[in-house]
Each structure stands twice: as C-alpha cells, then as structure tokens.
Design a protein around this ligand. Structure first.
Ligand code: PGA
Length: 244
C-alpha cells in the first residue's frame, strides 16, 4: 500500500475547494494499492469530506489540540476534527514547529489525543538546513521520533520532511532519503510495539509529478506528503496515479 497526502496548508476559499474536488474526481482513479488523503484548512473539512467520501479519499486535519474541549480560543480539538469528517491528522509539521512553537512535549499529548479520538496521527519529522550542515540530522530525527516512547502504542504514519526541501524546489538526494528513512524505521522498531503493523514512512518536500516516480522507486519510501503540487487537482491526481 502506498500513501499520497495533500497538505493544502492555508490555501483555498470554498469555491476553489469545490472546483478542485470536481476536477480531481474527474481524473482520479481509485486503486486498492493507494490511499489518497486531503488535509484542507478547517473551514473546508466538512465540504471536502462530503464530496470525497464516496470515492474513498480520506480527509485529515492539519493540526489539532490535545484537549477535547475548553477555553482555547482559535484552536480545534481532535474530537471536532473527527466530528467534521476527518479520519486522521497531520501533527508536528515543520511550519507548526517553526512558526507556532510546537514542541515535542505538546506532540506527545497530541498523538495520544488523536489516538483516543480514532484519528490516525501523521507525525512529521525532519532537520533544518543548519542542523544537516552541522551533521546533526540523525540526532534531530531521534529526538522527534522518541516522543513515541511516551505516547503508548498507536497506529501511526510518519513523514520525513527535510525542512530545507519544503516549498523550496530542493529535494533531498536518494542516499539522504534512504539513510533518514532507514534510521526512522529502526527507531520505530525499538520504540513501538508492532501491534498495529509496520508504520508507513512517507517523504515530503517539493514533490511534483516530475520527481515523484524516482522517489517511489526508493524501497524505504511508502508515499508522499505534498504541499504546493497538491493545490493543482490534475497534478494531485497524477501523483496518486503514479503511486498506484
Ligand atoms: P511542498 O510542501 O510540497 O510545497 O514542499 C510539503 C509539506 O509542507 O508538507
């Protein structure tokens, strides 16, 4: 099974999302070997989930609060994501870590809350350019993955996204990706009991239909987490086809 996840970030108004879904569904060929996911901004979760449900495209949140409810102005809970039609949630995206101060500590609680509300956590990890240049890539990945020692067993997907490759047009080299994925896999084997089966490890960072086939050839790569290219319905449909 391969996985292709669209991260729309803070893009699209209602009309644009409607047009996207129409164009995407016209071109989308469901395959038993690919799971396609769209993570829209909050206000589009329900309409996107409604228009995609019958075609087996899953909808994820882009972030969620660990508490089920309470006085947290501007936040959305895992319970609310689930209520809106999500079956999973992206957690620990580098933009959340970088711009909103998301800590590993907060992520322990978020992963647990996602599991408790039957949302599949898609945990993002990855090093900055500076950290890579300092030779600290594996140390950073180790720290980010090690939160799973404190969450208890959970179904999980992981995305390796080198921060310097996100939205930059730069892509990690095959050797760098293989090394990072193999490292993450070995840490997961130690940290998690395998009750939920093997954890898919996706790659993310400037994926396009031009680069995706080569990435999919890497045996350690189970799919892609896609930002920019996922805003174009035909490109996203192409990426899903390529993974099939
Ligand atoms: P990008 O974003 O494909 O635009 O680089 C990926 C991501 O942020 O998940």
């Amino acid at each position: 099974m391969r996985f292709v996840v669209a991260n729309w970030k803070m893009h699209f108004l209602s009309d644009q999302a409607r047009d996207f879904c129409e164009a995407f569904l016209a071109d989308y060929v469901p395959s038993p070997s690919v799971t396609a996911v769209i993570a829209p901004p909050f206000h589009l979760i329900r309409p996107v989930a409604d228009s995609l449900r019958s075609r087996q495209v899953r909808v994820f949140g882009q972030n969620g609060h660990a508490e089920p409810n309470g006085a947290y102005t501007g936040e959305i809970s895992m319970a609310q994501l689930q209520d809106a039609g999500c079956s999973g949630v992206i957690l620990g995206h580098s933009e959340r870590r970088q711009f909103f101060g998301e800590t590993d500590e907060a992520l322990v609680a978020k992963v647990k809350a996602a599991r408790d509300w039957n949302l599949l956590p898609l945990l993002c990890v990855g090093e900055t350019l500076e950290e890579r240049q300092q030779g600290r890539t594996l140390e950073i990945l180790d720290r980010q993955i090690s939160i799973l020692a404190r969450t208890g067993p959970t179904p999980l997907w992981v995305a390796y996204e080198p921060v310097w490759a996100i939205g930059t047009g730069l892509r990690a080299e095959v050797g760098q990706i293989r090394q990072a994925h193999a490292f993450i896999k070995s840490r997961l084997t130690t940290l998690m009991n395998q009750n939920f089966g093997p954890v898919p490890i996706l790659y993310g960072g400037s994926i396009t239909p031009e680069t995706f086939p080569e990435l999919l050839d890497i045996p350690e790569v189970a799919g892609g987490l896609v930002g920019g290219a996922s805003l174009d319905p035909l490109k996203f449909a192409t990426l899903v086809k390529q993974a099939g």
